[in-house]
Each structure stands twice: as structure tokens, then as C-alpha cells.
Design a protein around this ligand. Structure first.
Ligand code: PHE
Length: 341
């Protein structure tokens, strides 16, 4: 009998349970009325009197060991369950939510932010509903300039003063110059509005990023280097740039910038209409009249400015043929940019 007790004791010490059911089975096997320990208790009656003392103690030990083991197994199980619960987020939806995709314009905008951010430009924003001063007058537009015309500008009211939807984010540059002293180094992203018939190639609103840098001794060479760096970061290290003389009321001299066509590498293709170049932005040295209008001494400070359409840059990068795709929210179109995220 002593051997039996010892072997059961050993079994009990080695017991493991991974569920409440297993614990219950162990209880039945050892501690229930028909269990192994009860059977031993029954046998105990027949044990000769001189062995009763020793065996009785042993049996009690066994029973205690089994009871303790059972309690320990139960506790281990509930501790496990608690730590498993701690990993469960009960606020999560039971079915996984499919992720949306970033809009291609946001992807390109973020890339533009990163490139200019690495050159020390910070982001400045302003209102979409503007007055004449910030969109036109402060920027040296003559009173009869065609851009003020009803054909281009959406006016909200015309008296007592013109209130309109901004046609470019240069208005944010004016606001920043009015509120800050140089050095100023900002990029102004945002939506702009122009009264144009909607087609594959034009829309009544689009997105711009304009840049402005004002400090002592800022030169056209600084502008050129900054834009060359931008073009190479955006379109690849082989990219070349070309500046063509142009006109904007707020810059003098003004230029338009082309990049070498990244599709044919400058050889000439249908995309660049055989020229090897594609236009990407307008730029120039800030006209002294603009600096003075914003309270900056044009004898002490100079600056450059540039502006580009995000749709245009996105088209060049991803060749979206129809501008309207950008604002239709067709998920099939948006999912095409999953890989670019
Ligand atoms: N504001 C111009 C536009 O909307 C772009 C531009 C910005 C040109 C700054 C030169 C300098 O087309």
C-alpha cells in the first residue's frame, strides 16, 4: 500500500492542466468518492493495526497534496486567463476595418513638404476666402489686370470691398510677410479656385504649393539651386532644369521652370510633345513693390518665390490623364496608389 501511495503522490506532483475541464477530471480521478484516494481510504480499514499510524499519516499527506495541487492548478489557470484578457482590446471592432488609401495629391504634397522641409522651409497656411488686397493688390497686380476679371476669379461679394476665393496661395505669402520679419522661409500649400470650364485638363479648383524665401542677399542663383535640388529629389537625380523668362506681377525677374522629360529622358516623346522638356512651375525674385507693400525694407532684403500646382506634379509622376479623377473619389482610382503609400 505504501508503494501505491508513493506512486500516486508522484503522479499528482507531475500533474498539469490547461483547462478547467482537465482540472475537474483530475479532481474526479483522485478526490471524488470513487477516486483513487478514496479507494485507498477504503483499503485502509483492512490494514493491520500496527501499520495504521504510519499509513494513516501517509494517506493524509497524499490527500492534502492532491487538494493543494488542485487548488494550485485552478489558480494558475485563472491567472493565465487574466493575462490573456489584458491583451484583448475590447474596444476593437470584431471584423477588421479595411484601410483607406492616401489620396495621390496628399502623397505628392507630403513628398513636397519633405523635400522643402529638409531645406529649412516651414509650412504656412491661410484662408481660402480672401480679400482683394491679399490676393491681388499687395502682390503688385495693376487695377486692370486680367486675372482680377470675373472670368478667372470667383467673387463672393464686390462691395464694400471685393471678397473672393483665392486664385493662388501667394495670399498666404503676403499674410506671412505682414506678420513676420525676415528671414522668412515658408511653403504655402492649399486649395485655390479659378473660374474655368471643367474638363480633363482644367478644373475650377486645384491645389498649389508656393514657396517664399526672404533674407539679406538672397539671389536668383539661390532660387535656381533650391529648385534644382527639388526637381532631382522629386523626379530623380538625372533630372535637368531649364528656366525660361516669363512674367508675373509679383516677381521681377520672373521665370517658368521646365524639367527634362523623365519619361523619354529628354529625347522627345508624345508626353513632352517632342520637346524633351515639361513645364512644372513659375518663379522669380520677389518684386520690391511687394516687399514694401508688406512692410519689408526692399533695400535691406531680397527674396525669391515659386509656385506649382500639385495636380501637375502628380500627373508628371503618375500620369493621371484626366484631372477630374482627383476629385471624383472613385475608390478604384484611389487604390491604384496603394503601393506608393
Ligand atoms: N502665383 C503664381 C500662380 O498661381 C505662381 C508663382 C508663385 C509664380 C510665385 C512666381 C512666383 O500661377
Amino acid at each position: 500500500m505504501i508503494e501505491k501511495i508513493n506512486s500516486i503522490l508522484e503522479n499528482i506532483n507531475n500533474l498539469k492542466a490547461s483547462s478547467a475541464e482537465e482540472v475537474e477530471q483530475i479532481r474526479i480521478k483522485y478526490l471524488s468518492k470513487k477516486g483513487e484516494i478514496s479507494a485507498l481510504m477504503n483499503e485502509f480499514r483492512n490494514v493491520p493495526a500496527d501499520q495504521k499510524r504510519e499509513l494513516g499519516q501517509k494517506l493524509n499527506q497524499l490527500k492534502n497534496a492532491a487538494t493543494e495541487k488542485l487548488a494550485a492548478l485552478k489558480e494558475a489557470l485563472s491567472a493565465n486567463a487574466e493575462s490573456a484578457m489584458a491583451d484583448i482590446d475590447l474596444t476593437r471592432t470584431s471584423t477588421p476595418t479595411p484601410f483607406g488609401t492616401r489620396h495621390p495629391l496628399s502623397l505628392v504634397k507630403n513628398e513636397i513638404f519633405e523635400i522643402f522641409g529638409s531645406m529649412g522651409f516651414t509650412i504656412a497656411e491661410g484662408p481660402e476666402i480672401e480679400d482683394d488686397w491679399h490676393v491681388f493688390s499687395s502682390l503688385n497686380f495693376p487695377p486692370d489686370h486680367p486675372a482680377r476679371d470675373m472670368q478667372d476669379t470667383f467673387f463672393i461679394s464686390r462691395s464694400p470691398q471685393d471678397i473672393l476665393l483665392r486664385t493662388h496661395t501667394s495670399s498666404v505669402q503676403t499674410r506671412t510677410m505682414e506678420a513676420n520679419r525676415p528671414p522668412i522661409r515658408i511653403i504655402c500649400p492649399g486649395r485655390v479656385y479659378r473660374n474655368e470650364a471643367i474638363s480633363a485638363r482644367a478644373h475650377c479648383f486645384f491645389h498649389q504649393v508656393e514657396g517664399l524665401y526672404i533674407d539679406r542677399n538672397v539671389s536668383f542663383a539661390d532660387l535656381k539651386q533650391c529648385l534644382l535640388y527639388f526637381a532631382r529629389e522629386m523626379f530623380g537625380p538625372e533630372t535637368k532644369i531649364r528656366l525660361r523668362p516669363s512674367y508675373f506681377p509679383f516677381t521681377e525677374p520672373s521665370a517658368e521652370m521646365d524639367i527634362s522629360c523623365h519619361i523619354c529622358g529628354g529625347k522627345g516623346c508624345a508626353f513632352c510633345k517632342g520637346t524633351g522638356w515639361v513645364e512644372i512651375l513659375g518663379c522669380g525674385m520677389v518684386d520690391p513693390n511687394v516687399l514694401e507693400a508688406c512692410g519689408i525694407d526692399s533695400k535691406e532684403f531680397t527674396g525669391y518665390a515659386f509656385g506649382m500646382g500639385i495636380e501637375r506634379i502628380t500627373n508628371l509622376k503618375y500620369r493621371v490623364k484626366d484631372l477630374r479623377m482627383f476629385s471624383e473619389n472613385d475608390v478604384r482610382f484611389l487604390h491604384e496608389f496603394d503601393a506608393a503609400r
